[in-house]
Design a protein around this ligand. Structure first.
Ligand code: FES
Ligand code: FES
Length: 165
C-alpha cells in the first residue's frame, strides 16, 4: 500500500512520518516512534491497555487511524512525567503497589489522567465508571484504587503533581 506523509504531535514533539493510510495509532507509536509504553492487550477495543490521550481525552489507540490524529495533541505514558519527575499518579502506583506485571498500568494511568483533567474531585463511583473499560489480568484492583485515591488526595493537598494537567 502506498505510504502517505503525515505529521503527528506526540508528547509535545512533532514527527513527520511516512505511514500506510490504514496504520493504527498504536502501531505508529510503538513501531515508528519507539514509544512502547502503550500496550496491545486485545486489539478488540476491550482491554484499555493501549489508551492514550488525544487532546486530553482517553482514547483507544488500537481503534484509531494514525492519519486521523494529524493536528491533535497526543499524549502517551512516556509524556506523563514532568521534567524527569514522576507524576503523582505514577508515584502513587509505586507507593500502593498498584502495578503487578504492569502491562495494563499505562492504560489505567492515561484513563485516570483524563478523568482528573475533567473532574479533579471524582467520587468513588466516578473513578470506577471511568476505569470500567480498563482490564487488569493480574486483578489487583484494590491496590490500584488505593493508588488513585492517594493521587487525588495529593492533588487536593496541593502537592507538586502532574496529575490532570
Ligand atoms: S489493545 Fe486496545 S483496547 Fe485492547
Ligand atoms: S498489572 Fe498485570 S495486567 Fe494489570
Amino acid at each position: 500500500m502506498k505510504k502517505e506523509l503525515i505529521e503527528l504531535k506526540v508528547n509535545g514533539r512533532r514527527h513527520e512520518l511516512a505511514i500506510e493510510p490504514n496504520a493504527l495509532l498504536l502501531d505508529v507509536l510503538r513501531r515508528d516512534l519507539g514509544l512502547t509504553g502503550s500496550k496491545r492487550g486485545c486489539d478488540e477495543s476491550s482491554c484499555g491497555a493501549c489508551t492514550v490521550l488525544v487532546n486530553g481525552v482517553a482514547m483507544l489507540s488500537c481503534a484509531l487511524l494514525a492519519a486521523s490524529c494529524e493536528g491533535q495533541e497526543i499524549t502517551t505514558i512516556e509524556g506523563v512525567s514532568e521534567h524527569g519527575s514522576l507524576a503523582a499518579i505514577q508515584k502513587a502506583y509505586g507507593d500502593w503497589g498498584g502495578a503487578q506485571c504492569g502491562y495494563c498500568t499505562p492504560g489505567f494511568i492515561m484513563t485516570v489522567k483524563s478523568l482528573l483533567a475533567e473532574n479533579p474531585d471524582p467520587s468513588e463511583e466516578d473513578v470506577r465508571n471511568a476505569l470500567s473499560s480498563n482490564l487488569c489480568r493480574c486483578t489487583g484492583y484494590n491496590q490500584m484504587y488505593e493508588a488513585i485515591r492517594g493521587a487525588i488526595a495529593a492533588e487536593q493537598k496541593g502537592a507538586p503533581t502532574a496529575v490532570g494537567q
